[in-house]
Ligand binder design. Structure first.
Ligand code: IMP
Length: 427
């Protein structure tokens, strides 16, 4: 069967290289759809020698033939959206292929303020959020107190904003912050609303019509499965569902319309922010990986925590997402190591387990059980096929497939689009 709709999700803690692979797949797609999260994401895409960093805008924006949707499940900071659009326009991308869901919730200035104040007051127990207002915006959405894009661009916005801001300013003051000035901020929002109005539409109908016509769709997940509000190490998670189910609720496309679910996997592990990370290690090797792969947050610039590949995490991820294939990223970064460790189980309280417990205390006591594999010394950045890989790199890939029972359909040996090897076509 030919695939028409493909969900691309992060299988670990985000930053797996989703931007690159979505951009790669989107060359054959008619739609690229973001379905959750907001500008907490940072998707890096490199082509023609230039690096682009996107936070809100889907990765298909560079191709004028692709319709790029910011779906209803997202929380959108309209000021940041406009800044990103303006920056892209300056770089020569007109952005008239963007569609913003009228149903998406808006991240307002007060959400950012509350996010930052909350993190400050939590001290040691802080989540380590990106301070983009993601949590507070989703909180309001679920509490049915949010402002949606449709409200932002309507003539009722000033009154609605005044009412919401009054309550939020009381909260901000209680938290020790400075209240936001209504008049000054309203002027900014009115201007922004005017400028984003042309992009706002009923994306649910647009996308479903496209699918009915046989158009190809890439759903671009942000963050990763282990940051999912339901499946991650709660509360050290983001406030949305990056897992594949989120693609349906966050875009208005039914589950029966999804053909393939690709889990993007980094060849080792990283995590930004707080929370349990069983295979984390800090030594010369992790420092070297961090520098060579430039493992610093795209959005926050924080150094990322480094760990070995965790197949317990990947098996869990394969299960909750229903993965049909894997795209293995940054394999080249592991070149030059004598030994590569692969976590295949956890040992906890004298027992072996191969699942992720809900109890964070139990998870924190889990000791990774490693399989040690021989590394390879060769530079693999110019490899064009699986067979050209050093035998130990081939074995590493095959071991991952064996442990999680999902095929590695694509692998990547460098940041450029040309350094992407497809073992099985997705579209
Ligand atoms: P929030 O999404 O800003 O609320 O942050 C919640 C957690 O998710 C923090 O640990 C962040 O570091 C993490 N996070 C959010 N977005 C990303 C991302 O795009 N990549 C990696 N981690 C992320």
């Amino acid at each position: 069967m030919m695939n028409k709709t493909v969900v691309v999700i992060g299988s670990q803690w985000g930053d797996e290289g989703k931007g690159k692979i979505t951009n790669f797949l989107s060359e054959q797609a008619d739609f690229v759809v973001r379905y959750q999260g907001g500008d907490n994401a940072g998707h890096t895409i490199k082509f023609d020698g230039v690096t682009y960093k996107l936070h809100l805008i889907p990765s298909g924006v560079f191709n004028p033939n692709i319709k790029n949707i910011l779906g209803n499940g997202m929380v959108i900071n309209p000021i940041h959206a406009l800044q990103e659009i303006q920056a892209l326009k300056k770089q020569g991308f007109p952005c008239n292929n963007l569609y913003i869901s009228d149903r998406a919730n808006v991240i307002m200035n007060y959400h950012m303020e509350i996010d930052a104040l909350k993190e400050e007051t939590m001290g040691e127990g802080k989540i380590g959020t990106t301070k983009k207002g993601i949590g507070p915006a989703y909180t309001d959405k679920t509490a049915r107190e949010g402002i949606r894009i449709v409200d932002l661009v309507s003539s009722n916005f000033p009154a609605l904003y005044q009412e919401k801001l009054k309550a939020k300013n009381e909260l901000i003051t209680r938290m020790g912050g400075k209240p936001i000035d209504y008049e000054a901020s309203l002027a900014t929002y009115l201007e922004v609303a005017k400028q984003i109005t042309p992009y706002v539409t009923d994306t649910v109908t647009l996308l479903n019509k496209g699918i009915k016509e046989g158009k190809k769709v890439v759903f671009e997940g942000a963050q990763g499965a282990l940051l999912d509000v339901d499946f991650g190490s709660y509360p050290f998670v983001t406030s949305s569902n990056p897992t594949s189910g989120g693609a349906c609720t966050g875009s208005g496309v039914g589950p029966t319309k999804i053909d393939e679910i690709i889990g993007v996997v980094k060849a080792y592990s990283t995590r930004v922010g707080s929370g349990v990370f069983p295979t984390e290690f800090e030594d010369e090797i992790s420092k070297d990986i961090r520098e060579r792969a430039h493992e610093y947050g795209t959005t926050t610039k924080r150094p990322r925590r480094i760990g070995w590949l965790d197949c317990v995490v990947l098996k869990y991820s394969a299960m909750i997402n229903g993965l049909t294939g894997i795209s293995l990223m940054l394999l080249d970064i592991l070149s030059g190591l004598d030994t590569i460790k692969l976590c295949c189980a956890y040992k906890v309280d004298g027992e072996y387990i191969d699942y992720i417990p809900a109890d964070n205390g139990l998870l924190a006591r889990c000791q990774p059980v490693y399989l040690e594999m021989e590394g390879w010394q060769e530079d693999i950045t110019n490899v064009k096929s699986f067979k050209e890989l050093p035998i130990n790199a081939q074995r590493y890939i095959e071991k991952i497939e064996e442990l999680i029972d999902v095929k590695v359909k694509i692998f990547s040996v460098g940041p450029d689009k040309l350094q992407t090897i497809v073992r099985e076509n997705i579209f």
